[in-house]
Design a protein around this ligand. Structure first.
Ligand code: OGA
Ligand code: NI
Length: 356
């Protein structure tokens, strides 16, 4: 398994170069099956918006209402947005800006960071290593922030000059917010407030940043910026480009387009929290659509369990009528699936269930 992840099966083509070349028709490799394409115009919706400060209000009933709003969003949507989260808006803006600048640097500068499938760290243009696979209309930069042992500043962009410093500050703030959200989710699940954090490995959790770049696309109806997937890790904090929408979330049989609230983070539950909560919380499928008029940048901070710790449904949540739905597995094992096969809906976490 590891061997096949050492290199890409085909030469890498930067989607940005395709877009910049002015082609009118996208290459066959990016044309999705009809069933995966965007069919009818999706409605734009506001997914639940949570004012994080309400959790610290002097008003006990406001605190409880906020907890239950989050609980409902985790059960019903797998997604919510947070405002008043304590992260500086200026830092958010500058970090987005610096990544826009990074993707507009000359190709040779970015190529220095070209990634490989062994760690995915660096500048990439595909997920998965299956030869001949259909590809998504996006490039990205992926880096490790935690555990500290995997943090290697030399693998982060050297240009723009402020990039490394901003990424460090940004990830630091977001990890703090994730720690708080983990407490909220634990309390809502009826577990001790430290439960999820401890289950993730305490201080040894993982955190990675993926900056997605979706170039303009001449035939947006035929492709996707990111195919349908659920996030394999614990929890994701997404900073979407609030000038251009693109993220779609599955609601039953439909896809709805998320209307981003300025300065909010979109929080979504990943597969590991679905497993730990024994499916009380769902990691919901989502995907990204592209457009012909505007490029889009989004920053996804993935907060993950330590790689070598077993993740399994919390014993406290199991009863005779609700037995464990998933076997124990480490995140290192789990994420090989997406790293090999690329984004494929919820097939992985579902297949675990079927194997029981
Ligand atoms: C992701 C993701 C959504 C977006 O990076 O996993 O779902 O809007 N991104 O870019
Ligand atoms: Ni995602």
């Amino acid at each position: 398994m590891m061997n096949c992840l050492q290199m890409w099966p085909e030469p890498i083509v930067r989607v940005q170069s395709l877009s910049d070349s002015g082609i009118r028709a996208i290459p066959e490799r990016y044309i999705k099956r009809a069933s995966e394409r965007i069919s009818s115009p999706a409605s734009e919706v506001n997914i639940p918006v949570i004012d994080f400060q309400d959790l610290f209000s002097n008003d006990a009933s406001l605190r409880l209402t906020t907890l239950s709003l989050i609980s409902e969003a985790c059960r019903e949507w797998g997604f919510f947005q947070v405002v008043n989260h304590g992260v500086s808006h200026e830092l958010m803006k500058r970090t987005c800006q610096v990544w826009h600048e990074f993707f507009h640097l000359p190709l040779e500068v970015k190529q220095v960071h070209a990634n490989s499938p062994s760690t995915y760290e660096g500048y990439g243009s595909r997920l998965g290593v299956e030869k001949g696979a259909k590809l998504d209309w996006s490039d990205y930069f992926f880096l490790h922030y935690l555990p500290q042992s995997l943090r290697n500043h030399n693998k982060w962009p050297t240009l723009p000059t402020e990039c490394r410093e901003l990424v460090g500050e940004y990830c630091d703030e977001l990890v703090k917010l994730c720690e708080k959200l983990m407490k909220v989710l634990s309390i809502n699940l009826g577990l001790g407030e430290e439960y999820l954090q401890n289950a993730f490995g305490g201080k040894d959790v993982g955190a990675c940043l993926r900056v997605n770049f979706y170039p303009k696309c001449p035939q947006p109806d035929l492709t996707l910026g990111l195919s349908s997937h659920s996030d394999p890790g614990g929890m994701t904090l997404l900073l979407p480009d609030h000038h251009v929408s693109g993220l779609q979330v599955r609601r039953g049989d439909d896809w709805v387009t998320v209307k981003p609230v300025p300065n909010a983070f979109i929080v979504n539950i990943g597969d590991q929290i679905q497993v730990l909560s024994n499916a009380t919380y769902k990691s919901v499928e989502h995907r990204v659509i592209v457009n012909s008029a505007k490029e889009r940048v989004s920053l996804a901070l993935f907060y993950n369990p330590r790689g070598d710790i077993l993740i399994e449904p919390a014993k406290e949540l199991l009863t005779e009528n609700h037995p464990a739905l998933y076997p124990a597995m480490t995140f290192n094992e789990y994420r090989l699936f997406i790293r090999t096969r690329g984004p494929c809906g919820k097939s992985q976490v579902e297949s675990l269930k079927a194997s029981q």
